[in-house]
Every structure is written in C-alpha cells, then in structure tokens.
Ligand binder design. Structure first.
Ligand code: BDP
Length: 721
C-alpha cells in the first residue's frame, strides 16, 4: 500500500514536472520539439535516414547544421552521410554545382530564380529519396527550413513536389534602434544590438536572429533608427556594423543603414548638406566607398528626410528626388540601393495630413534613379489599427514602391495586447487600386507585376528587443513570422500562416490550434472595435500612444491632436475627406474615389475616415450612428472577454509558463479595452448627448476620471510624439 502511495506521489510529481516544463519563448517557432506521434516519428525517420549534403560554403554549412540540429532534436536522428543513395530514405540537398542529382532538375532550377528552391520526392531503382534543390546556397537554406517545418507541423514527407520562390525581392526588417540601445516604439526591452561590445563580442542572439529571419525568408535588415544618428556612419560604428553583417551573411541577410541627411555637416565638417553641392556629393561618395571596404555586400541606405524634424534636401530648396538620386549615384557602382521614405508631412500644418505624401511625391514620379525605391507606409496617416490603403500605391507607375508595415504595436497596445497582424497586412495587400483597371491590387504594385519593376521591396518595422521571448508578448512573435511569410508570398492566407505558426510555436494538438487560431484571426477586428471603430483614427494618448486620448486637443501642432482627426461636434463625428471636404478621395483612382466619396458606398469600417456623419444617421443595420458606435465599442470588450474564456480552456495543453503569461496579458488587455470603451463613449457622448442604453454595462467612472489617467513613462517614446 505504502509503495503504491509513493508511486502515485511520484507520478503526480512527474506529471507536474511535465506540465510545468517551462518554455520561455526564446526558441520562437524553431523549437524542434520531439515528434510525439509515433507513426509519424517512425515514418519521418525512415524518410531521411541517409544524407547527401556536401556543404562547401558558409550558407550551405549553416543550412546543413540547421538540418542536423532539427533532425536530431525532432527525430533523435543523425542521418548517415553517404555519397550515393544506397537505400530508400536518402535526403539529397544542394545546388547544381554541389550535387549532380540536383543539376538533373533543370526545369525546376529555371523556374525558381536565385532564392527559390524545390523539394521533390523521387523513386529510382526502387529507392525513394527526397531532393532539396536550389540555384544558390540561400535557396537550399530556405528549402531546409521548409522541410523542417513540414516535420514540425506534422506534414507528410511523401510525394513531395514543392516549388517555391519569393514574390518580392527585398524582404526587410527595419529596426528603429538607437545607438544607446533604446528602441523607438519598441516594447520588448532594449535593442538587441550591443554596440558597446561590438565588434569583438558576437552575442549568440545575433545568430538566432539570423536563423529566425532566414526561416521565413527575410533577406535584409536595417539595423538603426530612421530618426538617424550620423554617428552610425563613422568608422567606429562601421566596424561594429561590419561584424553584424559578417554574422548575418551566411543566413542570406544583407545589412542596410539609415543615413542622416545632414551627416556631411555633422560628422564631415562641411558647411552644407545640399545634395547638389559638389563637396557634399564627394563626401557621400567617399563615405560609401569606405562602407564597402568594411561591408562588401552592403545593401544601401534607408532615408527619412524632411519629416518630423529630420533634415533633408528641402532644407536646401531641393526636392526628394534630388536627395535620393545623389545617394543613389554613389551606391550604384556597388549595386547598392536607396530606400527613400514617403512618410512626410512638413512644418506647415495642412488642411489634411492624409494628403501630404501624395502631394509631395506624385509629381516626382519618373525623376528617381533606377536604384531608388520609394518606401510608403500602408496607410496615409500612420500605422493606425485600420487605414485605407495609401493613395500613392498605383499612383507612381514609373517608380518602384516598397510597402512599409509596422510590426511593433505602437498604436495597437504595445506588447501588452494580443493582436495578430496578418489580417491587417492582407487588407492592404488585397486592396484594389484600380490603377490599371480592376485587379490592380496593392500586392501587384509592390511585387512589381503591375508596372514591370524588377526592384521590389517590403519592410516591416521590427518588434524585436532583448526580452527573453524577443517580442514581449508571446503572440508578438506571430507578427514577425506573418510579416516574413507574407513578404515571401502576399497570397498566403492569414489562417494558413496562423496555423503553421501555432503548430511550430506551441503544439500540433488540434484542440489547441483551432480555438486559438480563431482568437488570432478575430484579434485585430477586436482591437479596432474597442479602440477606433468605424474608421476613427489617431485618438491615442499623447506621446506614448497607448491608452485612449480622444480629448487630446493641444499637442504642439493640430495634426498631432485627436480632435483634428475625429472632429466630433454636436452635429456628428468623422473627418470629411470627400469632395465636399478635404477631397483626399481625389487621390484615388475613380472607381475607388467614387466609392469613398459617398457615405452610402463607403465601406462601414472606413466611414468616419472619409465622412463627417450625423449622430442620428441611419446605418445599414437600422441603428443610428451613435448606437452603432456604442455597439462596436461593446463588441470589442466582449470579444476580449471571450478571448480570455477560450484561452483559459487551454490550460494544460501547452507549457504553463507561456499559458500564464498570455493569460495575464489578456487581463491587461481586458482592462485596457474597458478603459478605451468607457473613455471614448463618455467623451463622444458630450457631443452626441445620447445615452448608453440601460442593459449595457455602464461606465464605472465619469469622464473626468478617465481623462486623468496618465500613461507616464510609456516605453519606446524617448521624447518623441
Ligand atoms: C511614427 C512614430 C515615430 C516614427 C515615425 C516614422 O510615432 O516614432 O519616427 O512614425 O515612421 O509612427 O518615421
């Protein structure tokens, strides 16, 4: 009896251990946990028990090492290295140069370009094998990650016939990291770049960063903030940057820097940074020559100019093309590029800030050098929970345009909220510009299809920091992941991406994946509902942009306030951008313009973006606008509560550490959602003078209480608005 009791106690202890097996999230989606399904485990082991993988370059070596680690961890397998397939179950990996077998697949190799790969099951002489083939080591690396993903996600290794190549050429992360290791709009700790220890100390995190990026096809990174510090172009820093570039190179990741336009003055001792000045041009030429001595494959510059106080060509009476072309000329001999940002609004407060980028850039179409790409945010204001697509997409046919997304959740609750961003990314990509008739989607503009551009790019403002789980919120990792996957292929669905990410990051257990995937897929609309429903925008608290601040009316300049954007008054609410208002709609092609111009045809989710609508306007639901607004705010809070309920049922299905972390973060999100709802409705009620009907959970405090909440020391601000 005693023995039995001891046994039970020991078993319980063991169970507890298994349950509590902590996972701190550091491994991201590359966890390579042992395959638990026995049939699959045996089947996989049989399929890849031998290996033909000659690796004679740093990238092929990295690919092979990744494969071996993955197979060892997931299958407890060290495949025998052979020189020819002696038995069924051989994995062949390589390029046409390293593998005769791969060289035999000319049709596939022709179809996949520089970065693509194929994975094919073949049977010859009764022996079956799997081939991963590519034209470059990088392609092989991507193929290896895909094979590992198949195993991680319980996929089949039978009858494989995968052919993949990226749709967009440059797939970049933009780090808004400062040299002092603060991160502008960063909510996951300090910058991962330890400048003070570089170039000697290579933090192993740099390699894991590169692995994670390579696994989703990211092939470039801008390591410093767009609000740039000229010091990053000095020799001291270039040596440090070169050490990072060397670390990333085997993983197919190029390094880029932001360039402060006034650097010739600040670190070069010149009197001017005028792009047409010969001395300035020479300074940049020498600087670029110097950079390439340290980093022979340096990617180029990202520039924020004449925006939010940054210096730029306009300071000298020149335009954006003058500035971009000057840099493009000196980068050209090295195949470097300039990514010139279109996020501009000048010092004079405009009638409508949404129109400014278009007004400044559209006239410059055709004036940029061939190695310049203009980088445009997904929407015309600033990474709001929802914006219509930026009117510049489709409006500059002669200029390659890059998409810029914000992965870090500046306007979406920081790393406190669970908001899966793939649906937001997709919404813009799938929007139809009608630039060349129906079907001229934003995706086709940026992948070059629409105008036949070969220089194509996409950028995501990173949410990565030195927190142990990289992104602060465990589900923030999904946004990094989804960004990379959509950069590779904008046609992937949010659902498919969430599915593979959940399997790799948590478990293949369907009773976890299905409900949690639903949480993810609803989460963006949920956040829109409790923050800025029906097309409202830019009403976050000042500075930090975390909580609600619909009452912000004094912030240095009108277009930094909330009242400028929602324009609530006794008549109604919303920004009239129709032809009777600021006429921002005129920046879209007629099909889109006409739709947005009228209240009746504007999609409900963008209504108050384009129109000032009366409180009593009857919505398609039959409710008044006021009631509809109330219902959206309440629906937002209700959905957070149902996210919580669903998540709580997941207890025991994954490690307790991440389960608890998400549970607690959802509590923050719920409280914050209530604050958003009550603040906004109480405030707008002062204009609408209409009730929140009995039967609705009434606000627990008055407006004054909510107005008094201060979000002091929000991370990621460092004095910026
Ligand atoms: C805004 C941020 C600001 C950035 C700016 C930009 O608030 O910190 O510097 O965008 O993109 O969203 O340049």
């Amino acid at each position: 009896m005693r023995r039995k009791i001891c046994y039970v106690i020991a078993l319980l202890g063991l169970l507890h251990l298994v349950q509590a097996k902590a996972d701190n999230g550091y491994r991201l989606w590359l966890r390579y946990e042992r395959v638990t399904d026995n049939a699959l485990y045996n089947n996989y082991r049989q399929s890849v028990k031998q290996l033909i993988f000659p690796a004679n370059s740093p990238t092929l070596k990295a690919a092979k090492a990744e494969l071996q680690t993955g197979l060892l961890q997931m299958l407890n397998l060290q495949p025998a290295e052979v020189s020819s397939a002696t038995t069924s179950g051989t994995l062949v990996a390589g390029t046409a140069l390293t593998s005769k077998t791969v060289a035999g697949y000319q049709a596939q190799l022709k179809a996949i370009g520089d970065e693509g790969y194929f994975i094919k099951s073949v049977a010859a002489n009764g022996k079956s094998s799997i081939i991963i083939g590519a034209n470059t080591g990088k392609g092989v690396l991507y193929g290896v990650f895909n094979l590992l993903k198949l195993i991680q996600t319980n996929g089949s290794l039978q009858q494989l016939n995968v052919i993949e190549s990226p749709k967009i050429k440059l797939r970049l992360l933009n780090h808004w990291d400062n040299l002092d290791r603060t991160v502008e709009r960063g909510y996951a700790g300090s910058s991962i770049w330890k400048w003070h220890k570089l170039p000697q100390y290579i933090d192993p995190r740099y390699i894991d960063y590169a692995r994670a990026n390579a696994s989703i096809g990211i092939n470039g990174t801008v390591v410093n903030n767009v609000n740039a510090n000229a010091l990053s172009l000095t020799k001291d820093y270039l040596i440090k940057v070169a050490a990072l570039a060397n670390t990333f190179r085997p993983y197919g990741i190029k390094l880029y820097l932001t360039a402060r336009f006034s650097a010739p003055v600040e670190i070069g001792g010149l009197k001017t940074a005028d792009p047409l000045d010969a001395g300035v041009q020479k300074w940049w030429k020498d600087k670029v020559d110097e950079i390439y001595t340290y980093i022979p494959d340096f990617g180029g510059f990202l520039v924020k100019a004449n925006s939010e106080g940054q210096p730029g060509p306009q300071t000298y009476g020149r335009n954006h093309a003058d500035g971009a072309n000057m840099l493009a000329d000196v980068l050209k001999p090295y195949n470097g590029i300039v990514m010139w940002r279109a996020f501009v609004y000048d010092d004079k407060v405009p009638d409508d800030r949404a129109k400014q980028a278009y007004n400044e850039f559209k006239p410059l179409d055709g004036q940029f050098k061939s190695n310049v790409i203009v980088q445009v945010k997904n929407g015309a204001i600033d990474f709001q929970p929802r914006e219509p697509f930026h009117p510049l997409f489709g409006a500059m046919p002669k200029t390659p345009l890059a998409m810029e997304y914000q992965i870090t959740q500046e306007y979406l609750g920081f790393s406190n909220y669970l908001v899966y961003l793939a649906p937001l990314f997709k919404e813009t990509l799938d929007s139809d510009t009608y630039a060349k008739g129906k079907g001229s989607t934003v995706a086709k503009v940026i992948d070059g299809q629409l105008e036949g551009h070969s220089l194509t790019a996409i950028a995501g403002v990173s949410n990565i920091g030195s927190d142990v789980n990289w992104t602060g919120h465990p589900f923030g990792q999904a946004n990094w992941y989804a960004y990379g996957r959509l950069a590779w292929n904008p046609n992937l669905s949010s659902d498919a991406i969430a599915d593979e990410w959940l399997r790799m990051t948590f478990t293949n257990d369907a009773s976890f994946i299905n409900p949690v995937k639903q949480i993810m897929l609803n989460s963006r609309e949920t956040a829109v509902n409790f923050m800025t429903p029906l097309g409202l925008h830019h009403m976050m608290s000042m500075g930090g942009h975390y909580g609600p601040g619909p009452w912000v009316s004094n912030a240095g300049r009108p277009d930094w306030t909330s009242v400028y954007y929602h324009k609530a008054d006794s008549a109604g609410i919303g920004f009239n951008r129709s032809s009777t208002g600021s006429n921002a709609v005129a920046q879209y092609y007629p099909e889109v313009r006409n739709r947005f111009d009228k209240i009746e045809t504007t999609p409900q989710e963008l209504l108050l973006w384009f129109h000032h609508v009366s409180w009593n306007y009857t919505m398609p639901s039959g409710k008044t606008l006021w009631m509809e607004l109330v219902d959206h705010y309440y629906a937002g809070v209700d959905s957070v509560r149902s996210m919580q309920k669903t998540w709580n049922l997941m207890h025991g299905k994954i490690d307790n550490s991440r389960f608890e972390e998400v549970k607690q973060l959802l509590q923050i999100q719920e409280q914050s959602a209530v604050t958003w709802r009550n603040s906004c409705l109480l405030y707008f009620q002062t204009f609408s003078k209409q009730p929140i009907l009995a039967g609705y959970e009434q606000p627990d405090h008055d407006l004054a209480y909510y107005k008094n909440i201060q979000y002091l020391f929000a991370p990621g601000t460092h004095g910026v608005q």
